[in-house]
Design a binder for this molecule. Structure first.
Ligand code: NAD
Length: 354
């Protein structure tokens, strides 16, 4: 990160954000504020009822729903969604759901120029970013472009009250991973760092209470606020080793997205903490040790801790570590294949990092 005297550029936040409880009711007004009149409401099949209710509530401001959003934004699904978008005469999209649905909204927007309103219902944090990961013929490619970033994000804490416990915890750890990597990113600046620290702090303060009482609205709102801040930090920084490893495991071995992030985080953060002072605030927040503290926190929330539980074999770790060092990328701590193999072994066994 540049020091204040080195100077830095903060590009500004172009996304309008509504945060609160019951804010879903304001989506129709937001469509109007954008100068749009015909929204296509997007969701996964699992949330199609919610999408239908939202379309009903939008009345004439909605032209229908498309409820086939899927993990990792398959291009085949996007093509069907584009058909629905064009034949319905829609002029904007409302993506109601987690990162998969928001990814579909981005994929439509970047191809058509549609305005997007994202209504996140998990903590994964795609909504504030200009990043789109898409899969085609089994290959995932990720790109960044201003046309990808949603125009409006509506955070409604009431939509998160029913988020199942396991997904609450794993998508929160996914968001914390964005915050941690934002702190040591090559393009970090004082603003992204304060977003990341406050975001992670909000998760640290809110998650234990949410874990005990999933409908605790105060605690849920804290956690959703943390999701917003970590998503913002992600939207202005470049990710490093942690995301590379999650991408390798998800892309080449099919491990589930949020769980993979949750398991890797204490190990990647602990590994990098040894080489940077930028995680000092995180060490302080989690009892003095970045890796061990995050692992204790994850365990106290009942998060998955072992890659072996995701169907990976020990042999897979050799191949994964080889793929992970094929290309170089920014990371605070230099590493070779043996370092990565050892890190993956610890994450595979679920041992507590130092
Ligand atoms: P998801 O969107 O895949 O959702 C998982 C399942 O949970 C879906 O069936 C969904 O309908 C359901 N669900 C969502 N909210 C719910 C709720 N409140 N109650 C009940 N069920 C609910 O999961 P995710 O973890 O939010 O997103 C993961 C995807 O997002 C990955 O593809 C990842 O690559 C992407 N992502 C992208 C970015 C980015 O900046 N581009 C950032 C983070 C994540």
């Amino acid at each position: 990160m540049s020091t204040l005297l080195d100077g830095f550029v903060f590009p500004g936040v172009p996304t309008r954000v509504l945060f609160g409880a019951g804010t879903l009711a304001q989506v129709g007004d937001e469509v109007g504020q954008l100068g749009r009149a015909r929204a296509l409401v997007l969701s996964t099949p699992h949330q199609s009822d919610q999408a239908g209710k939202l379309a009903d509530a939008l009345g004439e401001r909605a032209v229908g729903t498309f409820t086939e959003a899927a993990m990792h934004t398959p291009v085949s699904v996007t093509e069907r969604a584009l058909d629905a978008y064009r034949t319905s005469g829609a002029d904007c999209v409302v993506a109601l759901g987690g990162g998969s649905t928001i990814g579909l909204g981005k994929a439509i927007a970047t191809r058509t120029g549609a305005d997007q309103i994202a209504v996140p219902t998990t903590y994964a944090g795609s909504e504030m970013t200009d990043i789109l990961g898409e899969t085609d013929a089994g290959r995932k490619t990720t790109r960044r472009d201003a046309s990808i970033r949603p125009e409006v994000v509506v955070y409604d804490v009431d939509l998160t009250l029913g988020l199942p416990s396991a997904m609450t915890v794993t998508s929160a750890l996914n968001a914390i991973a964005h915050g941690v990597e934002a702190l040591y990113a090559p393009d970090a600046n004082p603003v992204t760092s304060l977003l990341a620290v406050d975001g992670i702090g909000a998760f640290r303060d809110g998650l234990p209470a949410v874990s005990k009482e999933p409908t605790d609205r105060d605690a849920r709102s804290k956690v959703l606020y943390g999701a917003w801040l970590c998503s913002l930090a992600l939207g202005y920084t470049t990710m490093s080793l942690h995301h590379k490893l999650a991408h390798v495991l998800g892309g080449s071995f099919g491990t589930p997205h949020a769980e993979t992030h949750a398991i890797l985080l204490p190990h990647t953060a602990g590994f990098n903490a040894a080489a940077t002072d930028r995680l000092g605030a995180i060490a302080e927040m989690f009892g003095g040790s970045v890796g061990g503290g995050l692992w204790d926190f994850a365990r106290s929330l009942g998060a998955p801790l072992r890659l072996s539980d995701l169907g990976l074999s020990e042999d897979d770790l050799d191949r994964a570590s080889a793929i992970a060092v094929e290309n170089s990328y920014a990371n605070p701590r230099p590493f070779d294949q043996n370092d990565i193999r050892a890190l993956l072994q610890a994450a595979w066994e679920g041992s507590r990092p130092d």
